[in-house]
Design a protein around this ligand. Structure first.
Ligand SMILES: [Zn+2]
Length: 281
């Protein structure tokens, strides 16, 4: 099954050509975004602009696997002629979303609180994310290559923990906020946006090799000071050489790394623009 002709599943609602997109299942084992989309469509909303809802990787989703051939969120812009199915799907997804402001949903092992990812140098994705009720925004450009959000007007969101029902509710709230902000849905009452904190990541945090007994001590987005222990292994405590802010760190989310070391850039989109855009737009 799933031979050569796999494509993203796309449904379109609302008047005119769609210029907004909501994407789920870049990773096939993360059903949260799809469930949130289903909840919204089940309520038969009246869309005032064209919106595409896209399942990015249908064969991996049906198989409940993160991917079939290669991690799709590391191979953008993809290649329509590639043997790897995810490389072809990545290229097709980019074609589908080329004219769209886009949000894409994931889940994580690291944190309950939603985290948005953007790529440096893209003012539109910063504008989109600055209007969402989300506490943490991370620029991942210097550490992660080939992610969907590196390609353009795309915000990727970790909605919460895998298999946590409230991650679906958070994803639904964020999709509704996005569609409301962009004029595709009229929602009542308007969403309250908390303070948004902007971070950038600059390195991975490796796990101790050959040791399965390690324990993560750091908490995401809570600054670790120089000399402070961020994890424990059978060799002893792992101490920070320099202060950092833990981002998407977890005991078991990744094989080789705990997650990422970051630093805070500011608490306003202006701070982020100053840090991440070449010239003010
Ligand atoms: Zn994911």
């Amino acid at each position: 099954m799933f031979d050569q002709d796999v494509t993203p599943d796309v449904v379109e609602f609302g008047p005119g050509d769609a210029d907004l997109a909501v994407v789920c299942n870049v990773h096939g084992d993360e059903p949260t975004g799809a469930r949130a989309i289903h909840r919204i469509l089940r309520s038969s909303p009246e869309f005032e602009r064209g919106v595409k809802f896209i399942v990015a990787n249908p064969p991996a989703s049906i198989s409940h696997r993160r991917f079939l051939d290669v991690d799709m969120n590391r191979v953008f812009p993809g290649d329509p002629e590639a043997d790897d199915r995810e490389r072809r799907l990545a290229a097709q997804l980019l074609t589908e979303t080329a004219d769209c402001d886009t949000i894409s949903f994931h889940t994580t092992h690291a944190t309950h609180e939603p985290v948005a990812f953007v790529s440096e140098g893209n003012s539109r994705s910063l504008e989109i994310v600055s209007q969402l009720p989300i506490t943490y925004v991370v620029n991942e450009a210097s550490v992660v290559d080939g992610s969907f959000c590196s390609t353009g007007h795309v915000v990727s969101i970790e909605a919460g923990k895998v298999q946590q029902p409230n991650a679906v509710a958070k994803a639904e709230m964020l999709i509704r906020a996005f569609l409301d902000n962009e004029g595709a849905l009229s929602e009542e009452p308007p969403m309250h946006a908390p303070v948004t904190n902007y971070f950038e990541i600059d390195d991975r945090v490796e796990k101790p090799s050959g040791d399965e007994s390690y324990e993560l001590l750091a908490r995401n987005f809570e600054r670790v000071e120089a000399g402070e222990a961020y994890a424990k292994s059978k060799e002893g405590f792992l101490l920070a050489d320099e202060p950092f802010v833990p981002v998407l760190m977890s005991q078991s989310g990744y094989g080789e790394i705990f997650g990422y070391r970051g630093r805070k850039v500011g608490e306003s989109v202006e701070d982020a623009k100053t840090a991440w855009l070449d010239d003010e737009t």
